[in-house]
Design a protein around this ligand. Structure first.
Ligand SMILES: Nc1ncnc2c1ncn2[C@@H]1O[C@H](COP(=O)(O)OP(=O)(O)OP(=O)(O)O)[C@@H](O)[C@H]1O
Ligand SMILES: Nc1ncnc2c1ncn2[C@@H]1O[C@H](COP(=O)(O)OP(=O)(O)OP(=O)(O)O)[C@@H](O)[C@H]1O
Ligand SMILES: [Mg+2]
Ligand SMILES: [Mg+2]
Lengths: 252, 252
């Protein structure tokens, strides 16, 4: 059985997609077989791998709503990826009255488990049915948090939602850790934000903050991870370090 | 009748909340009476005005689902604001089977129209029912776009959704303009992103990009707009300039 990691935070723009992609590639570099899964209708993970969400057929919507095998929506790029497109936005309504609507993703991924060591799932900036499906399919959740005030506040709500998923749908799911992202050590605000995170969440906060650098915005233009786009950079090494920390901490 | 402006973009973290707040305060500084409306369950607009979303009762959920008057969920701070809390996340499901579910907000705001010149509505990072309610209530939409590649791609989808709202719910709603945000003129990536925006959207792009500065992250900690937190700053003046441009362009 592959280990399934979901990357979730309902706050927008905190580097969920960036962390899913680069963590996935870092695990693959270590020799693990990794599948990326795009559960965001924006298709940013699909896009970041150089694919056009408007052109991919079938996609995650077809897997969740039309019963198409996940294998049919899987493409090989820098990572193997189950792609998504904007159609996926309609899946929330299409699934809402179906029995077992929260388990549709975990059922769809089941046939792929024996081919991978890890699955990394990107989620949209909300706690709706698509994210709930990812949390139900996951062994553990990694929570990227931007090192800014507005982003610090939403974590209590994510924990409450996770508690509900644990009680009703998936007893094993837990927060593997919190990743401070877009960290700018030159600002007092950035340093204070990380301090607040460590005070409130202690060991749950991974020791490697991911520093702010424009390389993260440049890499998706080329359809590459930052590990491929700038392999020797501090940015790439931060995600390699994070992957090592996630594996060694046995939090997953 | 007040003019109603919605601030929308389903991409997360592009400065929707920041633009709603600072644009609202800039209009108020010019002497207009302004009401802020928080339609995001994260309650970031409520928070940015120094209020705790966990403590505010009643809030937007009660207005939309329990028929409480918007007046009851209105608090006076730097701006008058109809507050929201995480309960609002449950409104999408609660409203989904109600007749006229897309017009609930515009009906709720009707009694307040004669007391204000402008209403500014913040929306969550999605194109679900809460954002549709804001687009249905609005005269015009202002679209903040982060000057980075991943943020440029979602605009076509927003336009399609707006088209559906225009055809079925609100014939007058249109995009007043696109605001380039978090602009870093020192990076080639930033300059290219603005160039791409202007090539694709021409005059629709406001001439004032809002530059990246840590002041925008610092101001919400104090519960203040950047116009109050750093009144003589380039950041504050950028939003004053934007407000003048929005009013003079007669796009609203
Ligand atoms: N460490 C970093 N430094 C600078 N920029 C970053 C960093 N990580 C991500 N970014 C950039 O910030 C923007 C937001 O990141 P990303 O899209 O991964 O966030 P997200 O949480 O997935 O957003 P959404 O909520 O819309 O899904 C992107 O343009 C990305 O390139
Ligand atoms: N021009 C700017 N320069 C630097 N930081 C900014 C700027 N505008 C906003 N920010 C900061 O970027 C973060 C994201 O902004 P904001 O929360 O307003 O975006 P949003 O689109 O409302 O996010 P969400 O999609 O979660 O609702 C916040 O921490 C904010 O303080
Ligand atoms: Mg994303
Ligand atoms: Mg916001």
């Amino acid at each position: 059985m592959a280990k399934v990691l979901a990357f979730a935070n309902q706050k927008g723009g905190v580097a969920k997609t960036t962390t899913t992609l680069n963590m996935g590639v870092a695990l693959q570099e270590m020799g693990y077989k990794v599948l990326a899964v795009d559960m965001d209708p924006q298709g940013n993970l699909t896009m970041s791998l150089g694919l056009d969400p408007d052109q991919v057929r079938p996609s995650m919507y077809d897997v969740l709503v039309n019963g198409v095998g996940a294998e049919q929506a899987l493409l090989r790029r820098e990572l193997d990826v189950v792609v998504s497109s904007i159609d996926l936005a309609a899946a929330e309504i299409a699934l809402s009255s179906i029995i077992g609507r929260e388990r549709v993703l975990s059922k769809a991924l089941l046939p792929l488990h024996d081919r991978y060591d890890y699955m990394v799932i990107d989620t949209p900036p909300s706690l709706g049915l698509l994210t709930i499906n990812a949390l139900t399919a996951a062994d553990a959740v990694i929570v990227p948090v931007q090192c800014e005030y507005l982003s610090l506040r939403g974590l209590a709500q994510l924990e409450k939602t996770l508690e509900l998923v644990r009680e009703n749908l998936n007893p094993k799911v837990h927060i593997a850790g919190i990743v401070p992202t877009m960290y700018d050590s030159r600002t007092v605000h950035g340093r204070e934000a990380v301090e607040v995170l460590r005070q409130n969440f202690g060991d749950l906060v991974f020791s490697t903050p991911i520093r702010k650098t424009i390389k993260f915005a440049e890499a998706p233009v080329k359809g590459e991870s930052v590990l491929k786009y700038a392999p020797d950079s501090q940015a790439a090494n931060a995600y390699r370090q994070l992957a090592r920390e996630v594996l060694s901490g046995k939090k997953i």
